[in-house]
Design a protein around this ligand. Structure first.
Ligand code: BG6
Length: 462
């Protein structure tokens, strides 16, 4: 990433700096960007929290998180972060606090002698987005002009269902224009997900076969070994469909099946992804949602969340079809689950019918691409045997370990929207899934319990 990145000093205003996401993803990403000198001197980070939190408490957290993954945390990098970071106490509903924040931001501009780009990063529960965004607008913190821009960076889930997503979009649009809004989907920023479009375009052996006449099924899988990890309140409300299917898996599917635009830039890629999502046929309650969806819950979930009646799904697998004539007979399957036997994210493309060739994009871990082939086994018996052609990034590249969140931050700071979700994609994805949410609200009979550490409920019927 480093060769092509030249960033201007800017100010990153992080709401929720004491939260879990900031601790696990955002702060370590900032540490790495600082270490690799990808963020320029003069970068400002304002950590917003409801209560007074000393700067050292945040830096200690950075230190601990980095030690967990890297074993070494460079004190010189922490010193540099110390000079960039200011903590700011703000009650999200108190207008006076926004007035003070505004004056603090204006002082920073004055100190630098020019207006800094502002990036408001909401690393907080989505329910609080509305009031904060409204106040940012009310007090003019999102000023534009003199070449400086203000941007809004928000985390999924973008809404709770179709209606609330539309409402959230409407509320944000009152304050920020679409080009200023960066909706994070960190799966899009994973190195190997970025490869999908280029791979499809530049390998004619596959691109000439990329349609329903040759591809029977595309299966996007994101299995996790971890459970819900103390995120009880969040997960009970959200569940697997909203948490991973609506965002990450739909996005990966769209990258795999959309028409490849003439130019791989944000406008054309967004429009093509959107067109594909719009072409997906929402499951029909009439035909029976259960025919298209399997949902499950791991066996210790209810005791973990302290709710013996919880029907929140921790596993979902569903199949969809598309109206697009190019994909008329292809099945699109999306599967995700927590507390399963392995951590793996991959996209499998099944070519042919009976004995398919499966092209697999391994998104994580062991990033790479596999193709299974049938060959005749040497010897006197004419048996067929399945073998694997395997490409691993690590064997060919010194794959720099930029975590997806580093990419997210750099792209948001430089205003590159390619790897973020557009509002039309968000809406199109909710439209496809809304009938499932509606059906689940009225009926819980199909929830299957599965053993922690197993491969989850059977999906053979799909
Ligand atoms: C997040 C989900 O978006 O992605 C989590 O909210 C999930 O539930 C996480 O664990 C998985 O991300 P990754 O990068 O570890 O695969």
């Amino acid at each position: 990433m480093s060769e092509s990145v030249k960033l201007q000093p800017s100010v990153l205003i992080i709401f929720g700096i004491t939260g879990d996401l900031a601790k696990r993803k955002v702060l370590p990403a900032l540490y790495n960007l600082c270490k690799e000198r990808l963020l320029p001197e003069g970068t400002n980070i304002i950590g917003i929290s409801r209560r007074h939190v000393p700067k050292e408490e945040i830096l200690d957290k950075v230190n601990l998180c980095v030690l967990e993954t890297d074993q070494v945390c460079d004190p010189e990098v922490i010193d540099r972060l110390r000079t960039w970071l200011t903590m700011f106490k703000l009650d999200p509903l108190d207008d006076d606090d926004y007035v003070q924040l505004k004056s603090h931001l204006n002082d920073l501009d004055a100190k630098h002698g020019f207006e800094l780009d502002r990036l408001f990063y909401l690393s907080i529960p989505p329910q609080v987005y509305g009031p904060i965004i409204e106040r940012i607008g009310r007090h003019g913190l999102n000023r534009e002009g003199n070449g400086a821009v203000s941007r809004l960076l928000i985390e999924k889930p973008f809404g709770y269902d179709l209606k609330s997503a539309e409402q959230l979009i409407e509320e944000t649009e009152k304050v920020f224009k679409e080009e200023q809004i960066f909706r994070i989907d960190h799966y899009l920023a994973k190195e190997t997900a970025q490869n999908i479009l280029k791979f499809r375009r530049h390998n004619p052996v596959f691109s000439s076969q990329w349609d329903c006449r040759h591809i029977r099924r595309i299966h996007v899988i994101a299995k996790e070994k971890i459970g819900i990890e103390n995120r009880v309140g969040f997960y009970e409300r959200v569940g697997a469909l909203r948490d991973l299917i609506q965002s990450h898996l739909m996005q990966l599917l769209a990258l795999t099946a959309m028409d490849i635009p003439k130019n791989i830039n944000d406008t054309e890629v967004h429009s093509s992804k959107h067109a594909f999502m719009e072409s997906l046929i929402p499951p029909s309650a009439m035909a029976g949602i259960n025919r298209q969806v399997v949902r499950g819950q791991y066996d210790t979930y209810r005791s973990e969340v302290g709710n013996i009646h919880s029907n929140t799904e921790t596993f979902v697998s569903l199949v969809l079809k598309s109206h697009d004539p190019n994909w008329r007979d292809t099945l699109f399957q999306l599967t995700t689950g927590k507390s399963l036997d392995e951590k793996i994210t991959m996209i499998q493309v099944f070519f042919g019918s009976q004995d398919p060739n499966i092209l697999t994009f391994r998104i994580q871990p062991n990033e790479g691409i596999n193709l299974n082939l049938l060959i005749e086994q040497p010897g006197f018996v004419h048996n067929l045997k399945e073998v694997n052609m395997e490409f691993r990034y690590n064997d060919h590249f010194d794959i720099d370990n930029h975590e997806a969140y580093e990419r997210v931050l750099v792209d948001a700071i430089r205003g590159d929207k390619l790897l973020f979700a557009s509002k039309s994609e968000v809406i199109a994805s909710w439209k496809v899934l809304q009938p499932i949410l509606d059906a689940w609200q009225n009926n819980n009979n199909d929830l299957q319990l599965y053993t922690t550490g197993s491969s989850g409920p059977s999906t053979d019927k799909l």
